[in-house]
Design a protein around this ligand. Structure first.
Ligand code: PSU
Ligand code: MN
Length: 304
């Protein structure tokens, strides 16, 4: 069986001409955001990528076929599947979704694998997975994927209900440089500061692109994490949000939510606890991250 990536013609043309492309994940669409805001968010992210001069490539598995860059019909399809019918895909179950011809949404880990196969360096999302609070052995495969797949993920750090110091330690072990774009902090999703430092603060897109080039030149198989704080006007007060999250983590433990169910449960729970502003901030930070990933992709394509 040879690999057949369905690369959207616009993405294919951009890659062939060495123009900037930005990959995006689909778990965000199927599991991270409610309908119909999930479609709006995906479209707005694609628009943000275009406005910064790059071509968007949202990645999903449709009936077992790997799609890199979705048509609006394909986006609508994946965004409207009934709950529980789309499998979240990372390294371990991507082949399963292909062999069973299922629909699959790629997590950060799954999207990185496919972006690499398609030749895409830059990838924009909201928050990566990490180490769960109180469950130090529940470590998202996003972190190990960053250690073994050379793709740059631009995100607002890790999802807010995770253990950020432990997440930083695992990334260090995995050989992943964490970059704060215009900040010293590993971004904590909804707020500006986390108290958890990145490895390096870089204020210029040029500097980030130069680092990625050097990593590529060395042929390293590890990726890079660029964290971007939520734009000022949408951020939440750090103490307030932390209290909401701490309560949510307790509720999760009390209800016995474990393992792969945690992320989806938390996202729903926090949306309820924080209210509509959380969803709005989430979409705004997604678009901001998409624009920054596109700017880096443009720089990289100029220096290629
Ligand atoms: N952000 C959200 N909702 C999500 C995710 C992120 O608001 O569902 C997804 C991302 O795709 C991320 C994944 O890669 O959760 C991590 O899940 P886990 O902890 O199960 O590895
Ligand atoms: Mn997990």
């Amino acid at each position: 069986m040879s690999l057949n990536l369905h690369i959207h013609p616009e993405v294919q043309a951009a890659l062939a001409e060495n123009r900037a492309v930005v990959a995006m994940e689909s778990t965000l669409i199927t599991h991270g955001l409610p309908h119909p805001q999930n479609i709006d968010a995906a479209v707005q992210m694609e628009t943000a990528v275009r406005q910064s001069g790059a071509v968007p490539a949202t990645i999903a598995i449709i009936q077992g076929e790997i799609c890199v860059g979705l048509s609006s019909e394909q986006l609508e399809y994946i965004a409207t599947r009934p709950n529980g019918t789309v499998r979240r895909c990372n390294r371990r179950n991507l082949p399963l979704v292909m062999s069973r011809k299922e629909d699959g949404a790629t997590t950060v880990a799954g999207t990185m694998i496919i972006a690499k196969l398609a030749g895409i360096e830059m990838f924009a999302t909201g928050g990566i997975g990490g180490v769960h609070r109180n469950h130090p052995f529940d470590v998202s495969s996003d972190l190990t994927e960053l250690g073994r797949t050379p793709v740059t993920v631009v995100s607002s750090g890790a999802k807010p209900f995770l253990d950020l110091p432990a997440t930083g330690e695992v990334l260090e072990t995995q050989g992943v440089l964490t970059v704060g774009y215009g900040t010293d902090d590993l971004a904590p999703f909804f707020s500006q500061h986390s108290g958890q430092q990145t490895d390096i603060r870089l204020n210029e897109i040029d500097e980030i692109a130069a680092f990625i080039r050097a990593r590529q030149t060395l042929g390293l198989q590890s990726g890079t994490l660029v964290t971007v704080p939520v734009p000022d006007q949408y951020r939440f007060d750090y103490d307030t949000i932390n209290q909401v999250i701490a309560d949510a983590v307790n509720a999760q433990d009390e209800e016995g939510i474990r393992g792969t169910a945690v992320t989806s449960w938390m996202v729903r729970h926090l949306a309820q606890a924080i209210g509509p502003d959380a969803l709005y901030a989430n979409i705004m930070l997604l678009c901001n991250n998409a624009a920054i990933a596109a700017q880096i992709a443009v720089k990289l394509s100029e220096s290629a």
